[in-house]
Write a new protein. Structure first.
Lengths: 234, 108
């Protein structure tokens, strides 16, 4: 049903010099401590990472709860900040597609789609036989997802041991890791333009519209990258 | 203190709002060919949205990161990217150093 060799290759991407385990651990430990601070119990904290598994959305949820936002507002704010997962899935899953594989694998494993797993999969899918790429992806997903849940628990339990400076230090690890991975992905002109322009437009548009900034910045920068880099790509 | 029911409801709507984008992506992917122009466009938009998120996380962060100075965050970020390039794209070194640097600078 699932090719063990491909699955384990994906799972083992947690190790080595490109390991996502450290940034995942850092940010979900910080999240676990934050959720405890927001009034979540240990089961609720673990359930949040188990069912949502998307850090920016979880941060938005915790902050919205603290300021007393309505449930509908939380839904919209999370949807807008996590909408990036839609283009990310569409730009990854066709690469993992194989006619012999059942659809349920794709429908269930889309839950593992997060920045970390996406960047690893985009970086390494070519090494895997196209028939087993979805199993490789499930391996990456199970590894990163379970790390996130475990680290949320550790963060919750260690919350009292972590001072504010330590938590701030942990919180910068994730954007640093993401951006370094993205520099590694800048091999095509279209992608390079998209990344550079997106980094600039994200905070600039935030000044005008906090909630819609990611969507607009992503659409504008990505479309510019596509139009101006499309014909020059290697 | 936020009530337990509100927290459970918030976790449920957060998970639902997140899964919708993932699942819609999986459905759309079935009709998208790797060689098509639309795939290339989606690829550019995925990278740019992610870059926008990182830019926002550094300049206008949510959560605990907001309690540090923006100029310190930018300096730490640039040092770590330089480390990544110098260390021949080793990811472990810059990520660990980023935490140590920001925690240290922030406590000064």
């Amino acid at each position: 049903m699932i090719n063990t060799e491909a699955f384990l290759l994906g799972f083992k991407s947690l190790k080595g010099a490109r390991s996502p385990a450290i940034p995942l651990a850092a940010c979900f430990i910080a999240l676990g401590a934050l959720l405890k601070d927001a009034g979540f119990n240990i089961q609720q904290s673990a359930a949040s990472s188990f069912f949502t598994y998307a850090l920016p959305g979880q941060l938005v949820m915790a902050e919205s709860l603290l300021v007393g936002a309505s449930i509908l507002n939380i839904f919209l704010a999370v949807w807008l900040v996590n909408f990036r997962l839609y283009p990310m899935t569409v730009s990854l899953f066709p690469l993992l597609d194989h006619h012999s594989q059942p659809k349920w694998k794709y429908y269930l494993s889309c839950h593992f789609l997060a920045v970390t797993s996406w960047l690893i999969a985009k970086d390494s899918y070519k090494k895997i036989n196209s028939k087993y790429r979805i199993d490789f992806w499930i391996g990456i997903g199970v590894g990163t997802w379970s790390t996130a849940i475990l680290m949320t628990l550790i963060g919750f339990l260690a919350a009292d041991l972590l001072n504010k400076d330590m938590l701030i230090g942990l919180a910068i690890v994730n954007p640093t890791y993401f951006f370094c991975m993205m520099i590694g992905a800048m091999k095509k002109i279209s992608v390079s333009i998209s990344i550079i322009l997106g980094t600039i437009l994200g905070p600039v548009i935030f000044l005008f519209s906090a909630e819609w900034s990611l969507l607009f910045a992503g659409l504008i920068a990505g479309s510019v990258g596509f139009l101006f880099g499309g014909n020059n790509d290697k | 203190m936020i009530s337990s029911q509100v927290i459970i409801l918030a976790i449920t709507v957060t998970s639902l709002a997140t899964f919708i984008s993932r699942f819609m992506g999986a459905i759309t992917s079935e009709k998208v060919s790797v060689k098509s122009k639309i795939f290339k466009w989606f690829n550019c938009v995925a990278y740019s949205t992610l870059a926008a998120l990182i830019g926002r996380m550094i300049i206008f962060p949510a959560g605990v990161l907001a309690e540090s100075e923006v100029i310190i965050r930018i300096i730490v970020f640039i040092i770590c990217i330089a480390l990544f390039i110098i260390s021949k794209k080793n990811l472990v070194i810059p990520t660990i150093i980023s935490a140590i640097l920001l925690a240290t600078f922030n406590s000064l």
